[in-house]
Write a protein that binds this ligand. Structure first.
Ligand code: ADQ
Length: 497
């Protein structure tokens, strides 16, 4: 089987024997080990000047990492990726800013990364690129003459065309995305928004077989909802239930009910609204005073982006205000912890709680919601309150689905979750575990890669046919015209799988 090349903004610092990082790292690493290959991306370091990738080989996987200069980091990462694309793709164009120089830096870094990757790939490799930092990566590869099949997966939402159009270079970006052979999204709705952009702008159209003709190229589009390994999580949650921090929290609760929330500290996660809905519960249902605590774990991320500093201050203010209003000498309603925890420990904390409270204003998928369900004890599971705007809402039918902008509805759902009878909790939990097992992380990865390999097979067959025709009929050569915009050869019109 052909080697796999994974390209992502960050290469996860993988250390054998240590608990692995997030879902992406676990899912991708298994695939890399299976076929051998390369994981290429930013090392996370800021360097004085750009240099060749640092290569580290472990088994059949090669880690190839590059540093970013301060200017590249500021323009590509902190600027266009996280101060323009991230807010807009999460429908926060009020927080989005556009700076031409940052956009130029984003394009420059994508081009530079593509040039560095070129030296590492072989003709039969397939390339899988991840996330919004790398929208134009395939276009840059094509410009360098790289012909390998290249797939792209967007981990975050794709906005509706009206919102996408608020990013000034929207057309360039979508045209660049059409240089991929496959573009994968978390949900059908995201996929539809992408197709709507192409069709409404008259840049092309979708065909019935999941292909899109866009900006003169043919690509496959699809929804590939990312999953978890629910049984491994269930096991870890159980095993870690006796660890000291879990026991300490259990003792400190002294029989009170626990609502658990875990997120990266990000304005897309709806933390302020979540605190306010909990406040409303305490206002409307005073019977819960002293009987329930909310633990919110939210380690700061991207703390050098200004909007992230503001949200941090705002949340500290909100938690303090609500605690000041309701706390008793022996009860603090909200415990707000700004730190990272070992993943297995988090799963055990989920298992200890009666309610999972996951209410992002927008989220590509939200793995925490899935992890919460998987961590529960099937004999006495907690209930999940979940935002309708998380991709996970499509797949967790047993959750109490809420609109995170409706504080009353959220506080009612909290109350319902806290009082839910055991039989209902068990039935809802079983309803959610079945799809989690069916669509686990391997299914996500394998279905994307199998589609990418189909594209590779179809492309190589087409090339062989073209070559045979050209050899038999020299005049047929003129029929194989490179695509005027991308310089790439036309893709096959239809791809199976
Ligand atoms: P994120 O925005 O990071 O991911 P999410 O899907 O919830 O959001 O994943 C977060 C991961 O980090 C989870 O596995 C969680 O357990 C872990 N985590 C969170 N807080 C932690 C803490 N305090 N300590 C340790 N671990 C913590 C992006 C998109 C999502 C999409 C994923 C995967 O924004 O929508 O689901 O990629 O595609």
């Amino acid at each position: 089987m052909s080697r796999l090349i994974v390209v992502s903004n960050r290469v996860a610092p993988i250390q054998e024997g240590k608990p692995a990082a997030g879902g992406l790292a676990i899912g991708v690493l298994d695939a890399l080990k299976e076929t051998g290959g390369v994981w290429f991306g930013w090392s996370g370091e800021i360097v004085g000047e750009a240099s060749a990738p640092v290569i580290e080989k472990r088994g059949n996987v090669t880690y190839a990492t590059v540093g970013l200069t301060r200017r590249d980091y500021d323009q590509y990462y902190r600027g266009f990726s996280n101060a323009t694309l991230w807010p807009t793709f999460h429908y926060r164009n009020d927080l989005s800013r556009f700076d031409r120089e940052e956009y130029a830096g984003y394009a420059r870094v994508n081009a530079g990364l593509a040039a560095k990757l070129k030296a590492l790939i072989e003709p039969d490799d397939i390339i899988w690129v991840h996330d919004y930092h790398l929208l134009p990566f395939a276009q840059e590869c094509r410009a360098l003459g790289i012909k390998n099949p290249i797939g792209f997966f967007l981990h975050i939402p794709f906005p509706v065309p009206e919102v996408m159009r608020t990013v000034p270079p929207h057309e360039e970006l979508i045209q660049a995305m059409c240089s991929y052979d496959i573009v994968g999204f978390q949900t059908q709705a995201d996929q539809q928004s992408f197709v709507d952009y192409i069709e409404r702008g008259k840049f092309g159209h979708a065909t019935d077989d999941g292909m899109v003709q866009g900006f003169g190229r043919m690509l496959k589009v699809g929804a590939y909802p990312i999953g978890i390994y629910p049984d491994a999580i269930a096991k870890a949650a159980e095993q870690f239930s006796n660890r000291k921090p879990v026991k300490s929290l259990r003792d400190a609760l002294r029989g009170r009910k626990l609502i658990m929330s875990v997120d990266r500290l990000d304005y897309s996660k709806g933390l302020a609204e979540r605190f306010q809905a909990f406040e409303r519960l305490l206002l409307n249902a005073p019977g819960w005073h002293g009987r329930v605590s909310l633990v919110q774990i939210a380690p700061p991320t991207r703390s050098d982006v200004q909007t992230y500093q503001r949200i941090r201050q705002n949340l500290e203010g909100e938690a303090g205000r609500i605690n000041g209003r309701f706390a008793q000498l022996d009860w603090t309603p909200i415990q707000y912890l700004n730190r990272k925890y070992d993943r297995n420990l988090l799963m055990a904390l989920f298992r200890l709680s009666q309610v999972g409270y996951v209410t992002p204003l927008r989220d590509g998928m939200n793995l925490v919601a899935k992890e919460y369900v998987a961590s529960q004890d099937p004999a006495d599971p907690g209930a999940l309150v979940l935002s309708q705007f998380a991709g996970a809402a499509d797949q967790l039918p047993g959750a109490l689905i809420v609109n995170p902008f409706d504080l009353s509805q959220m506080s009612e759902a909290l109350e319902r979750a806290l009082s839910m009878p055991l039989a209902e909790r068990q039935a809802r939990h079983a309803d959610m575990m079945a799809p989690l097992r069916e669509n686990n992380l391997s299914v996500w990865r394998d279905s994307f890669l199998s589609d990418l390999r189909s594209v590779a097979t179809a492309a190589s067959m087409t090339q062989k046919t073209v070559k045979q025709v050209a050899e038999a009929k020299p005049e047929a050569r003129s029929e194989v015209k490179p695509d005027a915009k991308s310089g790439a050869k036309p893709r096959p019109a239809k791809v199976s799988g």
